[in-house]
Design a protein around this ligand. Structure first.
Ligand code: ZN
Length: 736
């Protein structure tokens, strides 16, 4: 029985994606080919919701030491994370900024970042900000149940993984005080030193409690020989993956908050992991492992529940997906890099200068204005932004059809065999697909956080209020006419000041901050006149709408402020939501399966439900789960079984139903008579009668034909002559 059910409460996840199915079109762009238009675009920008960009000169801007702060601010303890809005002033130099705030400024770099992302989406450029080559990892969702011992083959220098079994496990107090090292021979097996949990408190066992140490023993076959599971080189992907997993445990210093295996998210519990010291240096390395037969991959780790390292980085995946990784060659650029520039990071790689310069945006206010109070919203606490990592594949990855769970390396499908640990079939993915470019939905209003609990973890801010108008200049250099026109479209969406679409800027995007509209974009060309002096000239250029693509429709859907709703929210308890969403059908543990995945930007139903404890419907929005059944043959064959009510609409149910239907369909089609291609049949007969060698395909054809003919000669009467022609040879085919 499920312990949860969905509720009537629903939310729209704060971000969605613009797809990147079309490959990036790069071209050679050299300075000598640049256009002839230089000048500036004078823009006006209106805040539609409060906007926040921090002035980082003072970290505790609204602390209890600030005498001019109102009582409610002073009442909050540890207000170290509090910032005023960005300005040119150093807030440590004056005390009265609370009552007499500085002139708010929107830095050009913020404008540039937002407009660049928009431009990239509209022209299908690279994802220039995803320059991340870090290893992607996630905690394993299914504990590894296989054990093995790795030895080095002195003859070939290869590493060999032999099958082992877990013969002894020391958990908690049981393992305390042991001093054995990993790889050491103990009790007829090999010792694996597990996590070293420092619980920070004194106990009867002393300060350090070791848990999860283990002894693994070789498993022998009937000839009493060790069973080889796999063999790999030290520079092979299997060993490298293990090294990478081990390396992940090394990232910690004293007092550093870490998350990972058996780590606590509660900052009050400062547990530190031992880091598997000397793990890989041992001659015999005991491991837990998972093998993926379909696709031949091997994942090994020092623990059964572990960090799982994916074989691809984000950048690699983007590269494989239509070459969307950031441009690296200054002579082969996507349209966005050609305009916004590219910084060559590796040595020997040339940079490409930007042809755009965004000036800071300043308030439109009478000259000499010094009172800026009206421009600001109240000081408030920003809700905690639980930004999920890119390894949350239920959000970031394209659905893998037919899989109950999937990540960037493999997909998983289960067959319930009634045991605690159901059979699961993993399939290695040739190519995982990312959802695309991330953009945040607009909210009508910026969300406030009224709780004062855990104030030290939260950020207190003073934003610029909505309905304030700024102006800025965007200088451009040697643009072609199409470039200028598409830039104008990206700035204004080709709309007038009341158009529905808007950009997002600054902090707090997921909770409704930073919706801004560029309400004016006037072009002035700057030219040299005959006497070689600079003259300004009004430019009449109309925004050029981009090609209508699925990606553009997605972009326009997400940026549509007229559809903004305050139902855009993170789930009320994000941590639980993600946990329940993949484990809800579990009565048994460790059987992850996605119920809901992020809807697509253009889906009619963009909502996800909140969960609550209790027995009931859990729903699901996995379109692909039903198609699952038409995929490759399942193995092993699932047994139909009575399921508890709570499983009523589960994905697994739907898969089973679809599988049953497929089977019935196949049975129906099996009854249907097969029709034969007369020409092919004649040819096969001819070869058979000439006693020449028949290929397998033709052999099968004749076998089937004879069987079918004999079962219903009436149906196949038009082929009677061929049947009779085969004469006594028929017996040969019957045998086969
Ligand atoms: Zn690029």
């Amino acid at each position: 029985m499920s312990k949860y059910r969905i509720t009537e409460r629903r939310f729209i996840y704060p971000f969605n994606f613009v797809s990147i199915d079309e490959p990036v079109a790069r071209s050679k762009v050299l300075p000598e080919d640049y256009g002839e238009l230089s000048g500036k675009i004078s823009c006006e920008l209106k805040t539609l919701t409060p906007l926040f960009i921090p002035n980082t000169t003072k970290k505790g801007a609204f602390g209890n030491k600030n005498d001019s702060a109102p009582a409610f601010v002073q009442a909050v303890e540890e207000p170290t994370n509090s910032y005023d809005f960005f300005s040119y002033e150093d807030l440590t130099k004056r005390d009265d900024y609370f009552r007499n705030p500085a002139r708010p400024i929107i830095p050009g770099s913020s404008l540039r970042g937002a407009i660049r992302s928009a431009y990239e989406a509209v022209v299908n450029g690279c994802l220039s900000s995803c320059d991340d080559e870090n290893t992607l990892y996630r905690r394993t969702v299914v504990p590894r149940k296989h054990c093995g011992i790795i030895e080095k083959d002195p003859a070939t220098q290869e590493r060999v993984l032999y099958k082992a079994s877990l013969s002894r496990r020391y958990v908690g107090a049981d393992g305390a005080g042991r001093t054995n090292k990993t790889g050491e021979a103990v009790d007829g097996g090999v010792y694996l030193r597990g996590e070293n949990i420092w619980n920070g408190k004194s106990s009867s066992l002393g300060k350090t409690t070791k848990i999860n140490d283990a002894v693994m023993k070789y498993v022998y076959d009937s000839k009493e020989e060790k069973i080889e599971v796999a063999r790999f080189k030290e520079d092979g992907k299997e060993w490298e993956n293990l090294v990478e997993v081990w390396r992940l445990y090394q990232h910690r210093g004293k007092g550093e908050k870490i998350r990972g295996v058996n780590q606590h998210d509660d900052p009050a519990k400062t547990n530190y992991h031992g880091g598997y010291k000397g793990y890989l240096d041992a001659d015999l390395v005991p491991v837990y492992y998972t093998r993926i037969i379909k696709g031949n991959a091997l994942y090994m780790s020092p623990a059964a529940i572990t960090k799982e390292v994916f074989s691809r980085t984000l950048k690699q995946m983007l590269k494989e997906q239509g070459d969307h990784a950031p441009c690296t060659d200054s002579k082969e650029l996507c349209p966005a890099c050609a305009l916004f520039g590219m910084v060559g990071e590796e040595s020997g790689v040339e940079s490409c200068a930007s042809r755009l310069m965004f000036r800071d945006a300043v308030p439109i206010a009478p000259d000499g204005n010094t009172a800026w109070n009206d421009w600001y919203g109240t000081v408030r606490t920003l809700p905690i932004l639980s930004s999920p990592k890119v390894t949350a594949t239920e959000l970031y990855q394209e659905e893998v059809l037919g899989a109950e769970y999937y990540n960037y390396d493999y997909s998983v499908k289960y067959y319930d065999d009634g045991t605690y640990e159901p059979e699961h079939v993993r399939t290695l993915l040739d190519k995982p697909n990312l959802r695309g470019r991330k953009f945040y939905w607009h909210r009508k209003s910026a969300k406030l956080d009224n709780t004062s609990a855990y104030a030290s973890q939260r950020t207190r801010i003073r934003p610029v209020d909505s309905d304030r108008i700024f102006k800025f200049e965007l200088y451009f250099d040697r643009l072609s006419e199409p470039e200028l026109k598409s830039l104008l479209w990206v700035l204004t969406f080709g709309e007038d000041r009341n158009g529905p679409h808007a950009h997002k800027l600054g902090h707090g995007k997921p909770v409704g901050y930073g919706s801004v509209r560029i309400t004016k974009a006037d072009v002035t060309l700057i030219k040299l006149d005959d006497s070689l002096s600079l003259i300004e000239e009004k430019g009449e250029y109309k925004p050029q709408p981009p090609a209508e693509t699925e990606a553009l429709r997605e972009y326009l859907a997400i940026t549509d402020f007229s559809k903004a709703t305050d139902e855009v929210n993170y789930p009320s308890d994000a941590l639980s939501w993600f946990k329940i969403n993949k484990e809800i059908r579990l009565n048994r543990s460790f059987k992850p399966s996605y119920n809901y995945i992020l809807p697509k930007a253009l889906d009619e139903d963009r909502y996800l439900p909140e969960y609550e404890a209790g027995d009931g419907d859990i729903g699901g929005n996995r379109k692909g789960a039903i198609e699952a059944a038409s995929g490759p043959e399942p193995e092993p064959e699932p047994e139909p079984e009575e399921e508890p009510k709570a499983f009523g609409t589960s994905i697994r149910d739907r898969i089973k139903a679809a599988e049953a239907e497929k089977k019935a369909r196949e049975e129906r089609s099996a009854v249907k008579k097969k029709d034969y291609n007369k020409k092919k049949l004649e040819q096969a007969c001819g070869i058979a009668l000439a006693k020449s060698i028949l290929g397998n395909e033709k052999k099968n054809l004749l076998c089937n034909f004879i069987k079918d003919y004999e079962s219903d000669p009436e149906y196949y009467k038009s082929l009677k002559h061929l049947y009779e022609k085969l004469g006594s040879q028929k017996d040969d085919f019957r045998k086969k």
